[in-house]
Design a protein around this ligand. Sequence first.
Ligand code: VAH
Length: 319
Amino acid sequence: KIIVTGANGQVGTELVSALRKIHGNSNVIATDIDQHPTSSGDSGPFEYLNVLDQENLRRLLDTYRPREVYHLAALLSAVGEKKPQKAWELNMDGLLHMLRLSLEFEVEKVFWPSSIAVFGPLSPKENTPQHCIMNPDSIYGISKLAGERWCEYYALHHGLDVRSLRFPGLIGWQSEPGGGTTDYAVHIFHEALKNQAYDCFLTENTRLPMMSMPDAIRATVELMQAEKEKISIRSSYNIAGINFTPGELAAAIRKHIPGFRISYLENDPRQKIADSWPESIDDSFARSDWNWEPGYDLPGLTSAMLENISRNRTFVHDL
Ligand code: VAH
C-alpha cells in the first residue's frame, strides 16, 4: 500500500493519479484534510487525515501498513506569510510526526517535497548549487530548510529511507496551484484563454526556476525507484526544469494567442519572496546520481498547457 498526504493539493492531485497507474487504484490511499476530491476521474481509496492529529495518523499507518508514504501536506510560501504560525506548525510538526511514525511502522520509503524556497538572498542567484549558503526569509522556506535537516537526520541516524526534491515553481493543467509565489505561471494560461489578458503579480523581469508538473511527477517517481545506494543527498536534491520571466512567458503565449496582453502589478507581497529566490538551479547531483533529465522546454510547456486547458478545462478557474 501507498499513502499520500495532501492528496488534494497541486502536486498531490497529479501524483495520486500517476501512482495509481503504476501500483493500481486500490493500492494508493489518498488522504487530505480537505474532503472534496480535486482529481477528476480516477477513483480509489480516500481517507480524511489531519497530519497534526498523531492518533489519526497512527491509526492510518497501522491500518494500511504502507510500503511507501508521500508526505505532501503543507502551506506554501504566499499563504505561509499570511499564517506564519499555522505554516510552521503544519510544515514542521506534520513532518516530524510523519518521520517518527514512518520509522515506528517500518515504512520502506518516504518522499517529502522541499523547495527552491530554502535558498535566500545570500544564496548564489544563477545555477544555484546543491550546497551553498541558505538564508531563507519566508516562513515556508525556513520550514523547508529545517525539514531538510530533519530528513537527513532520520536517514543518517535512524536509517529511514526518506528522499526529497527541491521543487521549483510547478506548472500543470490538472490541479489548482496552492497559494504560492509561482502561481502566476498557472493562472496566466487560464486567463489567456478566457480573457486574452492577465494582470501579473510579479514584475516583468522576475526570473524564477520552473518545471512542468509532468516532469515533477516523473522526477518523484524516478527518485523513489532509484536504488538506495545511488542516493547521495539525504537533505533534498536540487532539480531543474526551465527558468523564465513573466515577460518571456507572455511572449511564448503570444505565439499561440497573438493578441494576448499582460500588465504588471507593483508591490505585491509575493514580489519580495520571489526576489529572495534563485533565478536558475544547478541539478548536477540529480543528473549524476539517478540520471535526472527534464522533458519540457518553455515552448513545449506553453503549448501543452494551452492545449490541455482548452481541451479538458479540468477545473473551473476563478481568480
Ligand atoms: C510556492 N509553488 O510558490 C511553491 C514552490 C518554488 C515555489 O515552493 O510557494
